[in-house]
Design a binder for this molecule. Structure first.
Ligand code: FMN
Length: 441
């Protein structure tokens, strides 16, 4: 692919109330907290009309008993991803549909049939955000023992994916394409390849109860930032949702993860890197800053928490205290990043909250169309990103502003497409369809 032709990838990751903790307090938020399919469908259609690659549904599964008392915190309820994306699939035609599924709280057989169903329902648009987070409250929700360490969880995730792939491959792609009524043969003889999987975490024997996905496998997405997470991504992910607060951090991550691909026999184009992008755009830089200022002014400093630690008792304008952090726990990559930034820039607790917690570890582009498009283009050209995961601070309005103002400018600059190129999610990402190893000669 020539350099001029390299095209930006755009994904959207919405939280119903916005990614900014005060998004729901802002007057732009006029709705209530009830689940609303129409809201989600409208959001996906807005993203699709703008030719986005991906509609991404996160899943922070479970809630602790304490949630009942946290009445001043917006509860970002999501529909269960498969159910929601199945509904969205019927109201959209092109956009990729990425469901987050945690490998700790389900079985590969369930997942394999859910994804192949979603892929067939959507005409080949399913993607799987493979996460292995292990929150103590989720562990309690599921009544399982809290003993899986960070490394073990990634090991389990690898096995999970391996078994899911074996199940998807358990039928030839064309197994059910040509029923022979005269001969009384419904599906192609020798087209089923029973799985016999005996792993450390999972065992499975037999066949999947649905045809192989249209795309072969759903597109594999991953969002871990730790050393093990990066290795996992290099081995099998096709897109990563990374987080970086500066171009240098983004470039380091980009170079590091792309460099790791070769040892797995993969080339650089096979993994797309899409860091989060927190955007507030308006006609002028000043207007955008004012808009963002309105959100910042609503931040509640009466309860401050960082990496799971309650900092309410500390001087907000003083430095971050030493925190006893267990590096085996969740999200250590992101936590470390935040901690390093706080120390490097000598941030007070208040500054840290305003700068980092609010942006959730993602770079912020606050400004005019030119300011935002310049940042996007620079990161793209400088190889800090293959595209972005747009995380609007104020919900659907943030997505609308981005698609109305920024997308046409990116198209004018020739770095973002004006039409979908293919039919499946893989085709639109320029990814190959994985062949079935049982069929390959
Ligand atoms: C943009 C983004 C989205 C994420 N979405 C989810 C999610 O929906 N559910 C989840 O459990 N973890 C989610 N994560 C967390 C990661 O997948 C990962 O489990 C976590 O960062 C720990 O991995 P690490 O220790 O390798 O960094 C997300 C992370 C990022 C950067």
């Amino acid at each position: 692919m020539s350099k001029e032709k390299r095209q930006l990838i755009l994904n959207v990751f919405l939280l119903r109330y916005g990614h900014h903790p005060s998004g729901w307090l802002h007057p732009v938020w006029k709705e209530d907290g009830r689940p609303d399919l129409n809201w989600w469908v409208r959001a996906a259609q807005i993203a699709e009309a703008a030719k986005f690659h991906t509609f991404f549904v996160a899943d922070f599964i479970g809630r602790s008993s304490k949630a009942a008392e946290q009445v001043d915190t917006p509860n970002n309820f999501h529909f269960e991803p498969f159910t929601l994306l199945s509904a969205i699939a019927t109201q959209t035609k092109h956009i990729g549909l990425v469901a987050t599924v945690n490998t700790n709280f389900s079985e590969p057989y369930n997942l394999a049939r859910q994804f192949t169903s979603l892929d067939h329902l959507s005409g080949g648009r399913a993607g799987w955000n493979i996460v292995s987070s292990f929150n103590p409250h989720t562990v309690k929700n599921f009544g399982i023992s809290n003993t899986r360490g960070h490394e073990e969880r990634y090991e389990r995730a690898s096995e999970y994916v391996q078994l899911a792939k074996a199940l998807w491959d358990s039928w030839d792609d064309d197994a059910f394409d040509h029923p022979d009524r005269e001969a009384g043969v419904f599906y192609k003889p020798q087209s089923g390849h029973p799985v016999d999987y005996q792993g450390k975490f999972f065992q499975s024997q037999g066949l999947l109860d649905f045809p192989r996905p249209i795309q072969g496998y759903p597109v594999f997405v991953q969002a871990g930032n730790s050393e093990t997470g990066r290795e996992f991504a290099a081995r099998l992910a096709e897109m990563t949702y990374s987080s970086a607060t500066s171009l240098q951090v983004a470039k380091d991550y980009y170079a590091d993860v792309k460099r790791r691909l070769a040892k797995y026999g993969r080339d650089e184009d096979q993994l797309k890197i899409t860091p989060g992008l927190n955007v507030v755009v308006a006609d002028t830089d000043q207007e955008a800053q004012d808009k963002f200022g309105e959100l910042q002014a609503l931040v509640d400093f009466s309860k401050v928490e960082f990496g799971g630690f309650d900092l309410s008792g500390y001087d907000l304008d003083g430095p971050l205290p030493d925190l006893p952090y267990n590096p085996g726990e969740n999200g250590r990559g992101r936590f470390q990043q935040q901690l390093e930034l706080a120390r490097r820039e000598n941030l007070s607790i208040r500054q840290l909250v305003l700068k980092f917690q609010v942006a959730r570890g993602h770079v912020q582009a606050i400004g005019s169309v030119k300011t935002v498009a310049d940042l996007i283009e620079e990161w793209f050209v400088e190889k800090g990103a293959d595209g972005f995961n747009v995380v609007p601070p104020y919900s659907i309005k943030g997505l609308e502003d981005f698609t109305r103002l920024v997308v046409p400018e990116l198209q004018r600059r020739g770095i973002f497409r004006t039409e979908y190129e293919g039919n499946t999610f893989r085709e639109n990402l320029g990814l190959k369809r994985p062949i079935n190893p049982n069929t390959a000669v």
